[in-house]
Design a protein around this ligand. Structure first.
Ligand SMILES: Nc1nc2c(ncn2[C@@H]2O[C@H](COP(=O)(O)OP(=O)(O)OP(=O)(O)O)[C@@H](O)[C@H]2O)c(=O)[nH]1
Length: 223
């Protein structure tokens, strides 16, 4: 099998307090739509989008997790296997900014260190900001993450968030592919779940047999 037949799939988890705009961000990126109604996410939800990186198709699976603490026990399980993370806070919600460190810890506890970005959303409301630009920059620097400022409402920088993370994961994957498989024989994982949504519930099913094998990047290596 040739290298170009591998399909790359990246699982990204979007976390942050309730109401910061996680669901809106995913909807904007995957469906190109924005609604101003707030519908609290119950548990988890997921959407996907395919983009091209260095001439290769990369499927990005975006996992939307509930921001409300009451759902913590459910959402934690869905962090597992994530290869990248978006830590989101809102320009107009101080508590969501202060919670970023905790969100990072929660994801790290399940996934270890993965490419992560801090997103300051709702920059269209800068006149109501409760976090200074310096504070946001200092926090991101201390966490070792890039800071990206977005407005999902105005569609500012949303695509950059996911392109940045997908590029990072792709780089890691390409490096490990070249390191792990010096003979040119690709190591392919048997793990390749498909996801079915029914009445808001996500059901994990075993992979369907496909002639096109899939490589799933996990913790910086092909498994
Ligand atoms: N002004 C403004 N409002 C936004 C923006 N992004 C999202 N919103 C609004 O913020 C509210 C909450 O957005 P959601 O996407 O539901 O928030 P969430 O983080 O998914 O919330 P949970 O499901 O409770 O975790 C909605 O009314 C959105 O329309 C933005 O960039 N600017």
């Amino acid at each position: 099998m040739r290298e170009e037949e591998l399909e790359i799939a990246i699982k990204v988890v979007i976390v942050g307090n309730g109401g910061v705009g996680k669901s809106s961000m995913i909807q904007r990126y995957c469906k190109g739509i924005y609604t101003k109604d707030y519908k609290k996410t119950i548990g988890v939800d997921f959407l996907e989008r395919q983009i091209e990186i260095d001439g290769e198709d990369v499927r990005i699976m975006l996992w939307d997790t509930a921001g409300q603490e009451e759902f913590d026990a459910i959402t934690k399980a869905y962090y597992r296997g994530a290869q990248a993370c978006v830590l989101t806070f809102s320009t107009t919600d101080r508590m969501s900014f202060e919670a970023i460190k905790d969100w990072k810890m929660k994801v790290e506890n399940e996934c270890g260190e993965i490419p992560t970005v801090v997103v300051q959303n709702k920059i269209d409301l800068m006149d109501q900001a409760v976090v200074s630009p310096e504070e946001a920059e200092t926090l991101s620097r201390n966490l070792g993450c890039r800071l990206i400022r977005t407005s999902v409402k105005e569609d500012v920088n949303v695509a950059s968030v996911f392109r940045y993370l997908a590029t990072k994961c792709h780089q890691i994957m390409t490096q490990s592919y070249n390191t792990i498989v010096p003979t040119g024989q690709p190591a392919i994982s048997a793990f390749s779940p498909t996801f079915t949504k029914s009445n808001g519930t996500i059901i994990l099913r075993p992979a369907k047999k496909s002639s096109k094998k899939k490589a799933v990047l996990k913790k910086c290596r092909i498994v």
